[in-house]
Structure formats: C-alpha cells, structure tokens
Write a protein that binds this ligand. Structure first.
Ligand SMILES: Cc1cc2nc3c(=O)[nH]c(=O)nc-3n(C[C@H](O)[C@H](O)[C@H](O)COP(=O)(O)OP(=O)(O)OC[C@H]3O[C@@H](n4cnc5c(N)ncnc54)[C@H](O)[C@@H]3O)c2cc1C
Length: 691
C-alpha cells in the first residue's frame, strides 16, 4: 500500500500558491497547514497535460501502456546468461504482438506506421533498456538497414523473418579503430568476378567489428559495413562504405567458416544485450548480398551508383538510418521521465528534519534546494518530450512523402535528429543521476530501479553517434547555412562558404516561422523586456545562437586561405565555440517546439501550467549560461538576479503541482511498486498521517 502523503499537490489551484512566495528575495515559507493527505495529483489536469505529451501517436502510446506488464521491468540479480535469455524472451513477446510490423512498409509485410513504431520504441524506455536496445538493434538497425538499403527481392527474402524474430541479426558498422569516424572504416568487400562473389576481410586488427549488438550470441546474419572494391582492367577501384549481408553463425549458433565472433561479456550496463566482436577472414558471400540501393555491382564487376561522390553517397546512406538515432533519444527521454517520477514521488513521502513549529518532519520537496533539483528537470523533460514528438512527426512525414522534402528540409531533419539525440541522452544521464541522489540511500538500492537505469542509460550518450560528435555536426550544419553541398565540402570550403551567410540564414529561418511572429506580436513588456514574455524568450535564445555562430564563423575565416594542418589548427581551436553554437541552436529549437505545443494546448489550466514549465525551461538556460549572457551584455546583473528570483519562485510554485506534473508522464503504475515508495525499508509516513 502506498503511503502517499502529498505535501502540496491538492486538486485545488490554491495548493500551488500554498508554498509560493511572492517575494523573490525571501526564502519560501512552507505552509504546513495546507498539507493534504490525498497523495494524488489532479487527475483531470494531468490527463490534459498527458494529452500534449502523448502527441500525435497517443493511441499507440496508450496501446503500449496497456500491454506493459511488470515482467518488462529490468529483472534484478540474474546472471548475464539468464538476463540475456530474459531479454530475448521479452523480444519474442514483442514480435508475437506484431509490434515490429509497425516500422516496416506494407510492401515489406509491415503496417507502415513510422510514428507509431518510433513511439512504441520510446515507451520501452520507461521499463528495461536492455529490451529497448535489443529491439532497436534487431528491428531498427538490422531490419532498418535491409529495409532502407536493400532491393525489393532482398527485402522480401529477409524482412518477414526479421520481424518475427526467426532471424536475428546485427548492425556491424563500428570497428575497434573506427568509431566516430566510420567513413574511414577498414573492413573490405572485394568483388571476385570469376566467382560472382564478394570476399569480406578484416585486413588489420583495428578493422575488427566491435561492440556489436547481437554479435556475441544471438545474431545469425550481420548487416556489415565495408569498403567496396571492384577490380576493373586489373585496377582496384574503391567506392566507399557499403553494406552487405554476411551470415556469421549457422542455425546451431556456431561461427560460419572464416568468421570469428567473441563476446564482450559484462559491460557497464545493458546486461541483457549480447555485444561482441566480429572478424572476417576471406568470407565469401554472393553478389546479391550487397544492399544495392545506393551502389550496385553487375555480374561483370562494374560498379554504378545514383550518387557520384563517395562522401555524399555515404552520408545519404546514413541519412536513411536516422530512425535509430531518433529512437535512442526518445527512449532516453522516457527513462529520464521515469526517474523524475520516482524521485518526485519519493520527495513527497520522505521527511527529513523536524519543523521547528509543528515538530513534524519536513517532506523533501519543501526544501528549496530539492525543488531546484527536480523542477527545472521536469520542465526540461516536458520540453524534450515535445521536441521529440516534433522530430518523430517530421520523420514520419518524410517517410510517407519523401518528395515533399527538398534537400534543405531533409538536412534540417537529420541535423535535428542528431541534435536531439545528443541533447536528450545527456539530459537523461544527468537527470537519472540527480534523481538517484535526490532519493539518498534508498536511491542507491537496486530494488528502487534508479541505479539500474543509470547503468543502462549511460551508453546512450555514446552509441548511435557520440554526443560530442553529433553536437559538432549540428554546429557544422548551421555554419554551412543548411547548404545542400555542405556535406561534400572539405574543411576549407566549409569555412569559405560559411562566411557572411550564417547570421542571415539563422535569422531568416527563425523569423519566417509563424510561431516567431505570433510570439513577437504577443510581447507585452517591450520596454522592460520581461523575461517571462514568450517572444522575448525566443529573441533571447535566438540572439545567443546568432551571436555564437557569427563569431565562430569570423574565427574560422582565418582558415580561408589555408590548407591541411593549418586549416585544422584554426578549426580545432574554435571547436568549443562551435559546440557551444550547436547547443545554443538546440536550446532555441527545443524551446520553439515546446512553445508550439503549449500554444496548441486546448485545456486552459493545463496550458497555464505548461506555460510555467516553458518559462522555467528558459530560466534554467539563463541560470546555467548566466556567465555568457552577462559577458555579452545580453542581460544586466539586475536582470539575471531577477531571473534567479523568478526561477526560485517558479520552482516552488511548480513543486506545488509536482505530483500532477509527473503523473502526466503516464509511466505505468507498477513501476512505482518499489520498496522506497511502498514503505519497505525506508522512513515513509503511514498512509493518511495528519499534520
Ligand atoms: C554497448 C554498446 C553497443 C553498441 N552497439 C553497436 C552496434 O550494434 N553496432 C555498431 O556498429 N556500433 C555499436 N556500438 C559502437 C558505438 O556506436 C561507438 O562506440 C560510437 O560510435 C563511438 O565510437 P568509439 O567508441 O570508437 O569512440 P570514439 O569515436 O573513439 O570517441 C571517444 C571519445 O572521443 C571523443 N571524440 C571523438 N571524435 C572527436 C572529435 N572529432 N572531436 C572531439 N572529440 C571527439 C568522443 O566524444 C568520445 O568521448 C556500440 C557501442 C557500445 C558501447
């Protein structure tokens, strides 16, 4: 039985102000007289907010929620083999439910609902990340490579068995030597005209495939990325990285001839996923093994491709695989929301130190510092959930109507997919750790889920693109002013192209949006540029982004007439600046998506509460980057002080609605059946305890 004595979150709107101080300079005076014992949030209000968070694919979310059962939670205390078995069993359950079919086209035997597929993957992030990751490897990466890069015959041959889990596979791209720099991977696939086969080789120790999901135990076929080589007139022609389907194990699980797999064993987390290495020694596969959408080899060994440039071809190929990146960000966001819901519920039942007047213990969430730890993160969780919904909608639209996307829109989508992945996975890691700390010793007990979540989420910052590398990609794209040619430019060309165009494009892009105009029109306090005015908030964030881009472009101008190491030196010395610009862009892009979602909310009370979260999202950015705003004369010290006061005020006000806010995350209720919330082993109040 849960003992959910809730300090502040009564159904009445008054409850919020019960702990609010209107005097920013004063500390909050908790009003213990208003403590309620309902322990419940305002159900109608949280339902209205949930509607916003659930987004376009609310139905898919609801169906997934309904299908979620406690055995989908990360099991504790299993050996590695037992946990791998458990994860595989859960995957089979998902396969049997028909869930994977959502992500494949009708032509391939699926139901072709990208939005629902991505949303379902996201929901798995609330529970066991091993299941989410193994599902992502199997259907998102391995299946996705076949679906996006293969011809119809190949797709027909493999995809039904991929969906049903009859055929388990790997996505074998990374090598020991080449992680982030996959364009230069070393594995080779050389066409042998006589035999009509490709010969796959691992030419050096650093070319060994590493960290590959499903490679240690369950995978039978690997979508293997290799440098494609043909021989014409005795000359070796290299065509860049391509993907081939290479059998790695037989039915019985033994390595195929020429293939050597090894098990990475225990990792920092994700115990249920069998990651391993793969080496190829003259492994022969038929010509049809090449997934030939972007590059084919005919029987005579002649290579052809619709894309001439090796670089552009590779990036186009990668671009078709962004679903994985989107899913990883989404699942990390779900995981962070679960952690916040756990920590918030705990903060409402856990009391430490007695109040001098009442003699009763003070619930953790009454403390200003605890409010500051949890509330801004809840605000960010909302913002990222809305931004994630926007990127899912854009990707679903693209897959449905690719012709409606010109080069610029497609690249923008890819950039934001990269940026949101880096932003949300970093946030999730930081948030799960903070949630665990916010629960003290109880948070450290595995039974309360947070430590397992933290271990499993850790690597989300590394795979599907390392976060630093992805943020740099965002910065580069912005510098290139979304020019279609940018991806094919070398560093010098990039620099030259970026000069003078950056600010114009950023401003134009931001200011031509209808939201921008609407928000700017709504500014009510132009003279004082009130930080709580939505239009001013957008101006503040976009101005920071513009300034950072303009100044980094100016620094890079020095590289215009230089080559090689000199150009690299200039570029490298500005790297932190470029990354800062990439992050600033994501802040303003996320803000705009959040503001749009708030604007579209139909329930007035929910809209008001989400508006406060939106304010807190911006104030949190100002708080974290105060130094920049002050150094660049964007805010005076008076205004940053006022911003801090407003930040504290909002934290307290929103703490009054904490339970409602986290209930809107709609995490399955069984997740909260953990000892720290059900009274086992820690000091919680008896249900119904009165002050
Ligand atoms: C558990 C797990 C599962 C995985 N599953 C798969 C899989 O199924 N298939 C697959 O193909 N791969 C998989 N990977 C590999 C993963 O995608 C890579 O680990 C990732 O791309 C990073 O490569 P790396 O490990 O070589 O790191 P590196 O690229 O060597 O990066 C190391 C550090 O250097 C920094 N760095 C790198 N480049 C730059 C730069 N230009 N500027 C500044 N800093 C830089 C990074 O930020 C990072 O902190 C998996 C990895 C793990 C850990």
């Amino acid at each position: 039985m849960s003992s959910e004595t809730d300090v502040t979150d009564a159904a009445s709107p008054d409850a919020a102000s019960a702990v609010d101080s209107t005097d920013p300079g004063q500390s909050v005076r908790p009003n213990f007289g208003r403590i309620t014992t309902s322990g419940r949030g305002n159900a109608a209000l949280s339902a209205a907010m949930q509607k916003v968070l659930d987004g376009t694919w609310a139905e898919a979310r609801e169906q997934t929620r309904a299908a979620m059962t406690p055995d989908l939670l990360n099991p504790l205390g299993l050996t590695m083999d037992e946990q791998r078995d458990h994860t595989l069993t859960q995957l089979q359950r998902l396969a049997d439910s028909g869930m994977p079919r959502l992500g494949f086209s009708e032509e391939d035997g699926g139901t072709g609902d990208t939005g629902a597929a991505l949303t379902t993957f996201e929901m798995l992030g609330h529970l066991d990340l091993s299941v989410m990751v193994k599902a992502g490897v199997q259907w998102g990466l391995f299946g996705g490579a076949i679906a996006n890069l293969g011809d119809s015959e190949t797709r027909k041959k493999y995809l039904p068995r991929v969906m049903s889990l009859e055929l388990l596979g790997c996505f074998a791209m990374t090598e020991i030597g080449q992680g982030s720099d996959v364009q230069n991977l070393e594995t080779t696939a050389t066409y042998d005209v006589e035999a009509g086969e490709f010969v796959i080789n691992t030419p050096t120790p650093s070319a060994e495939k590493a960290y590959i999901g499903n490679a240690a135990r369950d995978g039978r076929l690997a979508a293997t990325f290799a440098q494609l080589i043909t021989i014409e007139d005795g000359e070796e022609l290299r065509h860049g990285v391509h993907c081939l389907l290479v059998p790695i194990r037989d039915e019985a699980g033994n390595d195929m001839p020429g293939v050597t797999t090894t098990d990475h064993g225990y990792k920092g987390g994700l115990l249920g996923v069998d990651n391993g290495r793969i080496r190829f020694d003259n492994v022969r596969v038929p010509r049809e093994a090449l997934l030939n959408r972007f590059g084919a080899v005919d029987e005579q060994g002649r290579y052809s491709s619709p894309i001439e440039s090796v670089g552009a071809r590779f990036f186009t190929m990668l671009g078709t695989l962004i679903r994985g990146r989107v899913s990883v960000g989404a699942a990390a966001g779900a995981s962070a929301r679960t952690a916040l819901a756990l920590a918030t519920r705990y903060s409402l039942v856990r009391r430490q130190f007695d109040h001098p007047e009442t003699g009763r213990g003070i619930p953790l969430l009454e403390y200003r510092e605890h409010q500051r730890r949890l509330m801004p993160r809840i605000a960010r969780a909302y913002a990222y959930a809305c931004a994630q919904n926007a990127i899912v909608a854009e990707l679903a639209e693209y897959e449905k109507h690719p012709d409606a996307f010109d080069e610029v829109r497609r690249r923008e989508m890819e950039t934001h997919a990269a940026g949101i992945k880096a932003t949300v996975t970093a946030f999730a890691n930081e948030t799960i750790t903070e949630a665990r700390l916010a629960c003290g010793g109880a948070g450290y007990m595995a039974e309360n889920l947070l430590t397992e979540m933290r271990k499993d989420c850790d690597v989300f910052s590394t795979f599907e693109g390392d976060n630093v590398v992805l943020t740099q990609l965002v910065g580069k794209e912005l510098l290139g002013a979304y020019a279609a040619e940018f991806g094919n430019m070398d560093q010098r060309e990039t620099v030259a192209f970026a000069i003078n165009t950056v600010a114009d494009v950023v401003q134009e892009k931001a200011r031509t949006s209808t939201l921008w105009q609407k928000l700017v029109d709504a500014v009510t306090d132009r003279e004082h540029t009130d930080i709580l005015d939505r239009g001013n908030q957008l101006e503040l964030l976009v101005d920071r982004e513009e300034h950072l881009l303009e100044t980094v472009a100016r620094r890079l101008r020095k590289a215009r007439d230089q080559d090689g190491s000199a150009a690299f030196k200039v570029f490298n010395s500005a790297q932190d600046h470029l990354l800062q610009a990439g992050r600033a862009h994501m802040d303003s892009w996320v803000f705009a998506r959040f503001a749009e979602a708030v604007d579209a909310c139909e329930d007035p009370e929910a809209k008001e509460l989400m508006g406060m979260l939106c304010d807190l999202y911006v104030l949190d950015i100002v708080d974290r980057d105060k130094g920049w705003f002050l150094e660049h004369n964007r805010l005076t010290t008076e205004r940053t002080k006022a911003a801090t006061a407003a930040y504290n005020r909002l934290c307290t006000k929103l703490a009054g609605r904490a339970r409602t806010l986290v209930d809107a995350f709609a995490v399955p209720e069984f997740v909260f059946e953990v000892p720290m919330l059900t009274g086992g082993g820690v000091d919680t109040l008896a249900d119904g305890a009165e002050d």
